[in-house]
Design a protein around this ligand. Structure first.
Ligand SMILES: Cc1cc2nc3c(=O)[nH]c(=O)nc-3n(C[C@H](O)[C@H](O)[C@H](O)COP(=O)(O)OP(=O)(O)OC[C@H]3O[C@@H](n4cnc5c(N)ncnc54)[C@H](O)[C@@H]3O)c2cc1C
Ligand code: SF4
Length: 516
């Protein structure tokens, strides 16, 4: 007989970690299945190749226009905590104009049947921010001040970011290799560890889920559990009152397709959207070479940003500073007007590694990509950028170059686009003809099946997405716990009231520095 849980959550990143932790803290029996290993601060060392081997998802490429327009590499974490274990923890709420794009894309409605807006997520943002101890990073090192001079010279403003890092942050610059001090608040060292210690969370790492199981009875199509391969290599099935798929925007649609949801739903209009609408939030580095040592690799990677051009009508791009990749990433991506650097020119550029400073340029885009599962069962990723998107990227890169020059750089270089913010492949909406799941994250086609990660976004945000993913996950956990459809077992024991569910991280610092 297979095991039974209230909720099984697939994937332990920004979305899955929060849903699982929140529900387990409320006394629900939760199984959290994660494809990758369970590594902790003691395992993390500043060695790019090792981190990529141990807990990054193998590099995946989105082919732009079938390859004719190049490729966009896509990065992500494959471990407990998912991509939050290797991200830079910049914390942003989405703006009104971004939620307006969501409503336009999928007819998404919020409370009272009004277009979904900031009020629908505000309490959830607040809860996540308080728990993670989000604080402002005004502790700028000299290399940020150097670029600040460039921005000011051009009449733009560089502001400190908010981030979910505490005061143990020693600005080592190692976030992408996993935080060695636990200053960086991944879902692993917060929601998941706390809930496994005191809640009812059963965490199983190295346990990739292969498919969601369905039944098709009198009440229609329903998710009943999942099938996964355990760390011992054995195939297992578990039953659950609700299944939350939160395997990241590149994996969640694949799981739904491999589970046969499109066929089981009779190829419903909403199932046609699974995997479509992939957003890459294309990001490009602009580098500047200075006479003085910058050491832009030994900083908390992103302490500042310029939001002056964030809206489409203002340019449609955001600049973040300052950061450069570690040496392997830097050497394999740097390019200039002669193309990717090579030979003596590359050697010369890398020899001066400590003198380079970097800006990350993120452009707004229109979600024209797609996740595909071929007839052979293999995954592939498509991308397309229209004229307006290419213009935004170009303008952003051009602006970054001008900042570098204004700040005194003797030389500028850049990279091609990459993606660290994939989103949108199972979008939520109130119109089943334009979305995969409804405004609560529940499938339009199968009851008891929920999506709980970046796949939900109807349109790519202009800002870094993880706080919004976590806020949506917090909202989903609340909905599942309230259980209006009677999916979960009635709770025999008294559970703590919601506000007490999470006690806050151990290193909560002075209240003046925590966003209220
Ligand atoms: C280098 C980098 C820096 C970033 N910096 C920031 C930042 O500063 N601020 C910000 O807001 N965002 C940042 N992001 C983005 C942010 O971290 C992601 O958007 C967010 O973590 C995505 O959340 P998710 O839940 O959708 O997916 P993930 O966090 O990727 O979690 C998905 C999880 O599901 C697991 N999984 C996949 N398939 C299966 C399966 N079949 N069975 C079981 N488990 C499975 C994966 O292994 C993974 O652990 C960054 C991303 C990168 C790559
Ligand atoms: S810079 Fe700070 S948050 Fe990032 S890995 Fe180092 S200590 Fe952790």
């Amino acid at each position: 007989m297979s095991e039974r849980f209230d909720v099984v959550v697939v994937g332990s990143g920004a979305g899955g970690g929060v849903v699982a932790g929140e529900l387990a803290q409320r006394g629900r029996e939760v199984l959290l299945l994660e494809a990758g290993p369970h590594l902790t601060a003691a395992d993390f060392v500043r060695w790019e190749a090792k981190a990529a081997h141990d807990f990054w998802w193998p590099l995946r490429m989105a082919m732009v226009d079938g390859g004719a327009g190049g490729m966009v590499p896509m990065f992500g974490g494959r471990c407990v905590g998912g991509t939050t274990t290797m991200n830079t923890k910049v914390s942003f709420r989405a703006h009104d104009f971004e939620f307006a794009k969501w409503h336009e894309a999928s007819g998404l409605l919020g409370a009272g049947g009004k277009p979904f807006g900031t009020d629908d997520l505000a309490p959830h943002y607040e809860r996540v921010e308080r728990y993670l101890g989000v604080r402002e990073r005004a502790d700028w090192p000299e290399c940020v001040r150097t670029l600040d001079r460039g921005f000011r010279e051009l009449g733009a403003e560089l502001e400190p970011v908010d981030s979910y890092t505490d005061h143990n942050c020693m600005k080592c610059g190692s976030c992408l290799q996993g935080c060695p001090t636990n200053a960086g608040k991944s879902t692993m060292n917060t929601y998941i560890h706390e809930a496994t210690a005191v809640g009812k969370l059963d965490l199983r790492a190295e346990s990739p889920v292969e498919r969601v199981l369905f039944s098709n009875g009198d009440s229609g199509l329903e998710a009943t559990g999942v099938e996964y391969v355990g760390a011992d290599g054995e195939r297992q099935t578990v039953e659950a009152g609700a299944v939350v798929v939160a395997a990241g925007a590149l994996n969640t649609p694949q799981i739904l397709i491999r589970s046969g949801l499109p066929e089981a739903s009779g190829r419903s209009p909403s199932s046609e959207w699974i995997g479509r609408n992939l957003g890459l939030h294309p990001a490009t580095f602009v580098f500047g070479l200075f006479d003085e040592v910058q050491d832009a690799h030994r900083v908390y990677p992103i302490t500042s940003h310029c939001m002056d051009f964030m809206r489409d009508e203002d340019g449609g791009f955001v600049l973040e500073a300052c950061t450069i990749q570690d040496p392997i990433g830097f050497a394999t991506s740097i390019a200039d007007e002669d193309g990717p650097m090579w030979g003596e020119r590359l050697v010369e550029a890398v020899r001066r590694y400590r003198h380079w400073n970097g800006i990350l340029v993120l452009a707004n885009e229109e979600n024209n990509g797609r996740v595909v599962v071929g007839d052979d069962g293999n995954e592939s990723f498509e991308a397309h950028f229209g004229e307006v998107e290419l213009e935004r990227m170009e303008k952003g890169i051009d602006y970054g170059k001008r900042v570098m020059e204004a700040a005194g750089a003797k030389r500028v270089a850049w990279t091609g686009p990459a993606s660290t913010h994939v989103q949108g492949t199972c979008r939520m909406g109130s119109d089943p003809a334009r979305s995969v799941v409804d405004e609560h994250g529940e499938s339009h086609d199968a009851k008891r099946l929920f999506v709980g990660d970046a796949s939900l976004f109807p349109k790519t945000l202009s800002v870094n997405p993880s706080l919004t993913i976590m806020a949506l996950a917090d909202r989903l956990a609340q909905r599942l716990h309230d259980d209006p459809n009677g999916y979960l077992q009635p709770q025999a024991e008294r559970v703590p009231p919601r506000a007490d569910a999470l006690s806050g991280p151990p290193n909560q610092f002075p209240v003046t520095e925590v966003i209220p």
